[in-house]
Design a protein around this ligand. Structure first.
Ligand code: NAP
Length: 272
């Protein structure tokens, strides 16, 4: 989606993929800046290390514990690396585009809130002051710790609950949430366990499945069967890309060129 965006914006540059080993990141980033790269996206397994290497990152990326977008610049002769995490802001725009609602108005349950993307989305939901946040995770300790950390966020959501990834525990919470989010890596495999037991979904729920699946996950099938509205992770991927573009170039992203680019390639960027 980035090369179509560069063309549409008339920017003479290109977006390329580099494969770095974990111990190469610290030397690669300054070298990329020297070579004239404007910035970068970083992905697994580099997102946590990229936060450590960023010379400048805000409170939310630091609470999210990772950055995935970097911009190189110079300030008074010193080379700087600014870092952002676009998972949270991309999620806000994706929910708004998919359902026509603002996340800050919704009671939200995030299944997989202990993972990298789930944590980022949870921190973002707290920052926009969702009236209730239910943090669900297979490894419960992670969301207990996250709930406690969230209490330190200035003006964040106060009603934050940690919930085990178990049918009874989820049943006690899901009647009182508006938006259910899948941030686990479950979804694409035909043998994958259900993210949420189907009987817990009702027509009043909105379901955002962060997996990019063309709408083909078991969760989205269960959502449709319950008469509820659901959306897959494509809009989040798109809006994350748009937000990264805006950080790099400080102009509005050519979103429709990016959407067309994304729809013309698979999730790994190969043309189809
Ligand atoms: P991650 O850091 O590895 O986290 C994985 C999460 O899934 C953890 O909460 C983990 O629970 C849970 N999980 C994994 N296997 C499970 C299982 N068998 N049963 C129950 N829970 C399980 O991964 P991530 O980077 O956050 O990515 C998570 C998903 O979000 C992926 O599908 C990714 O493609 C998608 N994603 C989409 C976008 C987008 O733009 N649409 C952006 C980022 C990520 P434990 O903590 O117990 O291990």
């Amino acid at each position: 989606m980035h090369n179509p965006a560069l063309s549409a914006a008339g920017i003479n540059g290109c977006y390329i993929r580099l494969h770095l080993l974990a111990d190469e990141l610290a030397s690669a980033l300054p070298r990329m800046a020297e070579l004239g790269f404007i910035g970068a996206n970083v992905t697994i397994p580099h997102k946590v290390a990229a936060l450590e290497l960023a010379t400048d990152a805000g409170l939310l990326p630091r609470m999210m514990g990772a950055v995935n977008t970097l911009r190189f610049h110079e300030e008074e002769g010193t080379r700087k690396i600014r870092g952002w995490n676009t998972d949270g802001p991309g999620f806000l725009r994706a929910v708004e585009e998919s359902f026509g609602v603002t996340v800050g108005e919704l009671r939200v349950a995030i299944v997989g809130a202990g993972g990298g993307a789930g944590r980022a989305v949870a921190v973002q939901c707290a920052a926009v002051h969702c009236p209730r946040l239910v943090l669900v995770n297979r490894t419960m300790e992670k969301v207990v710790a996250l709930r406690d950390e969230m209490a330190t966020l200035p003006a964040g959501t106060e009603d934050v609950r940690a919930c085990a990834w178990e049918a009874d525990a989820m049943a006690a919470e899901f009647g009182e949430v508006d938006l259910v989010v899948n941030a686990t890596s479950l979804g694409m495999g035909s043998d994958d366990a259900a993210v949420v037991p189907a009987e817990l979904l009702s027509a009043d729920h909105l379901v955002y499945d962060m997996v990019y699946s063309g709408g083909r996950t078991r969760l989205l099938a269960d959502t449709a069967a319950a008469g509820a509205r659901g959306a897959d992770g494509l809009a989040m991927l798109l809006h994350q890309g748009a937000i990264a573009f805006e950080h790099w170039f400080r102009i509005a992203a050519p979103i429709e060129a990016m959407r067309a680019g994304l729809l013309g390639s698979d999730a790994r960027g190969r043309m189809i």
